[in-house]
Design a protein around this ligand. Structure first.
Ligand SMILES: [Zn+2]
Length: 312
């Protein structure tokens, strides 16, 4: 699939997700924050909400297999309520927010990041850096509120390949109507930081103990952060997985939102192999809240062991 064809499949995926508002919930009940310590670094998972994803948004799996995987995980289906998480990292005197939530981009089950921040006593103005794993709406929508950018004190860091892709007028012109908003939002989010935008490449240390890892495929600039402190590690892996109960067991399955399906698949397999071999925990934007845990190789895929509440 080339990068223009992706827009067609992503468009189908978009219809398969946003067309399905099977679950409504009381927005009041949807804030959540949970902190973990990795070495000397504090990471707080922040809940933004969830997005129902059904089999028709995925490639490389039949609806029957999709349903069977959900059943194996004691989930009812037909859609999986994929969580959307952001993460605040406190390292030294830095406060880095990894992704910025959906804002108003995806309807009533999402857009709760600001509530989760305030419920945990975190002032958005105290955040010095917003690191966008990539420029999809569920990661930057929270920047574009009616009241303006809540993180205007911060700078934006993002991989240059994502800025280039979403700024490409040729790709935008080729995109279906329902996808124009993705380009507009990506451009708007970058513009919201004015001259405080920094492109950061693979291997860059963006804050003490936080090193960028380019994980291309989901988008061309999609990147994670390797967090290292006092011999402890955590890979914040962004969108290497979207439907955890399916893609941990069947890592070859991709989603229509992947810009390059083959590259996204290869990146996922490389990341899963690396973290399971090295026993490095991962954090994911779409792993059920709080979204941290270890992968264990099992059969042809992996089993996820969530990190539990830290008592000390
Ligand atoms: Zn995402």
């Amino acid at each position: 699939m080339d990068r223009r064809e992706f827009l067609k499949s992503a468009s189908a995926a978009l219809a398969a997700t946003t067309g399905l508002q099977v679950v409504q919930l009381n927005a009041q009940s949807l804030s959540g924050a949970q902190s973990f310590t990795i070495g000397d670094i504090k990471i707080t998972a922040l809940l933004d909400g969830f997005l129902p994803i059904e089999a028709s948004a995925m490639f490389g799996i039949t609806p029957e297999e999709f349903a069977a995987q959900l059943q194996t995980a004691f989930l009812s289906g037909p859609a999986h309520p994929t969580g959307v998480n952001a993460f605040l990292i406190e390292t030294g005197d830095r406060r880095v927010l990894v992704d910025a939530g959906t804002g108003a981009a995806f309807g009533p089950t999402l857009g709760q990041l600001s509530e989760s921040l305030s419920a945990h006593g975190i002032d958005p103005a105290s955040i010095d850096t917003v690191f966008a794993t990539h420029l999809h709406p569920d990661h930057i929508g929270g920047i574009l509120t009616e009241a303006g950018n809540p993180f205007s004190e911060a700078g934006l860091m993002v991989h240059p390949a994502d800025i280039d892709f979403w700024n490409n007028d040729e790709f935008k012109a080729a995109a279906p109507a329902e996808f124009q908003g993705f380009f507009d939002m990506a451009r708007g989010a970058v513009a919201a930081f004015g001259d405080k935008v920094q492109s950061v490449e693979d291997g860059a240390e963006i804050a003490p103990g936080l090193t960028l890892m380019h994980l291309p495929g989901h988008t061309m600039g999609h990147s994670g952060l390797m967090l290292e402190s006092n011999g402890a590690q955590l890979l914040i892996a962004g969108d290497v997985v979207h439907v955890p109960p399916v893609q941990f067991a069947m890592p070859a399955v991709t989603i229509g939102f992947d810009t390059d399906q083959d590259m996204a698949r290869q990146t996922r397999m490389r990341v899963f192999d690396m973290v399971s071999s090295d026993a490095v925990p991962i954090a994911g934007a779409h792993i059920g809240f709080p979204g941290l845990g270890h992968l264990v190789a099992e059969g042809d895929g992996y089993r996820f062991e969530p990190m539990l509440w830290q008592f000390g």
